[in-house]
Design a binder for this molecule. Structure first.
Ligand code: VGL
Ligand code: ZN
Length: 238
């Protein structure tokens, strides 16, 4: 039978209220749910991947770099010559700082999974935005460390480090939790489907930057063949 990976998206200090620089509204509500999913006596994930937004100072997504207001949209050309619309963010998740660390409440629960666990770091290049775990690189480091020195270049999703790692472990199903539903969770889930994984998004374990967009994200994922569970509330999804 195929194996299952729990994918914990961006549960980092900077995304958590009350003090995070880019606090996702009610983002901390996902933590007890995800902690429960890391209880080794109840769950047996074959693989656990925790993702980390991992920006250098002056990252292309930072409003401060462009002298524009936070949350405004800006047409940009990125470091690979791609034209796109960037939502501009406050400075957040800077490499090597506490702000980019995965919250302690979850790190404390990683112990029993150590042998099965990887970190996927993304958006580490100054001129490239990456919302999806499938755009990042895979590492064992849970502590702040240096990113690669050069852009590894865009790879087709199915040849990405994330897809190759999951496939090398026999994984064919992803259970996706974390923040933010409308950015990194959404892109990770859609890329997972594009890379031919079955996906299950656990609604009680995700929160959005823009809460009114959450239903649209769930519908888009379902239209692409993904499953969304627990939309009616926290009970009944296990
Ligand atoms: C994210 C905005 C900027 C996310 C990351 O984790 O969803 N959102 N960077
Ligand atoms: Zn970011």
């Amino acid at each position: 039978m195929g194996k299952t990976a729990l994918v914990i998206v961006d549960c980092q200090n900077d995304f958590m209220p009350p003090d995070g620089a880019l606090a996702v509204p009610n983002g901390d509500e996902v933590l007890p749910v995800i902690r429960g999913m890391l209880d080794r006596s109840k769950w047996d994930w074959d693989v656990v991947v925790a993702t980390q937004d991992y920006h250098p100072p002056r990252h292309i997504s930072f409003a401060s770099r462009h002298g524009k207001p936070v949350l405004s949209d800006l047409e940009l050309t990125d470091g690979r010559g791609r034209h796109y619309t960037q939502t501009l963010w406050p400075d957040h998740c800077i490499q090597g700082t506490k702000a980019t660390e995965i919250v302690k409440e979850l790190r404390d629960a990683f112990g029993p999974w150590k042998e099965r666990m990887k970190i996927a770091r993304k958006a580490w290049h100054p001129d490239i935005e990456q919302y999806s775990a499938f755009e990042g690189y895979i590492t064992d480091a849970t502590d702040p460390s240096e990113p690669p020195s050069e852009d590894i270049g865009a790879k087709p999703i199915e040849e990405s480090e994330m897809a190759l790692y999951l496939k090398s472990q026999g994984v064919d199903k992803l259970v996706i939790v974390g923040v933010a539903t409308d950015f990194c969770v959404c892109h990770t889930n859609l890329d997972g489907l594009a890379a031919k994984f079955n996906t299950v998004l656990v609604a009680p374990a995700v929160r959005a930057v823009f809460a009114d967009r959450e239903n649209g994200v769930f519908e888009q994922i379902e239209q692409q063949g993904g499953t969304v569970i627990g939309r009616e509330g926290a009970s009944g999804w296990e």
